[in-house]
Design a protein around this ligand. Sequence first.
Ligand code: PEP
Length: 283
Amino acid sequence: MSENPNPAHPAEPAASGSRTPYIAGNWKLWGTRAQAAEYCERLLKLLAQPEAAGSAGRAGNGITSRRRPEVGLCVPYTALETVSSALAGSGVIVAAQNMHQAESGAYTGEISAPMLLELGVDAVVLGHSERRQLFGETDRALGEKVPAALEAGLQPILCVGETEEEREAGDMERKLRHQVQEGLEQVADDRLADVLIAYEPIWAIGTGKVATPDQAQEATSFVRALVGDRSKDAAERVRVLYGGSVKPDNAGEILEQADIDGALVGGASLDPDSFARIVAAAE
Ligand code: PEP
């Protein structure tokens, strides 16, 4: 991380028009292989419908849109192969929900990047708040996982976000600065824009308490400015997602914010119909 005497300020003007929207569904601990296969079949049909035209291009129906969103599914390890073959040729991105930074070694229970690649995985969620809070994921480990994923050819989706107490204590920026700087520390400047960053306020995840559009814009703009402390060019290109109780009826106002390039969707992604409606809101 290069030194900047005035970190993260001022934010670069947003350039969301030039960034492709990205909507990822995070299934968390849901999805047997049978459920996964059924889900994918349903989702592909929905994405191919004209009203989901923004996503439909990913499903290969030939409809074009200037802001055609990329669509991704973050699924449990055991469903990866099923999902990857069910979605083959559709353009929908398949993501794991975690990985270990080492390729192999004495790390019982862990999964490495080459193992994911072998299953047809394109991306990996790193540092989801549930991994941080419930399973002891550290910023230090993430500082190794993010570049390991990139080097292996996986797109990292680095999650950051503050707790309610941190927000109330005025500590949001300090927390985000720490998480973004450590997570990206070992990533070369010219690869920064290959990382997707998901701003997910912990108080909004799975609680139904969505951040206001202004709160989400303020935080995502700050995250972009943190990337700008390393590289102005990367700050313009890096995609910053919002996550936290995104639903079909609130997605539009969140996604229209200048620094929000998409969403990481948990609960609402478990229903292909509501997920497809969120995708359509990103067009
Ligand atoms: C998530 O799992 O990353 C998430 C944002 O969950 P939810 O949409 O259910 O709040």
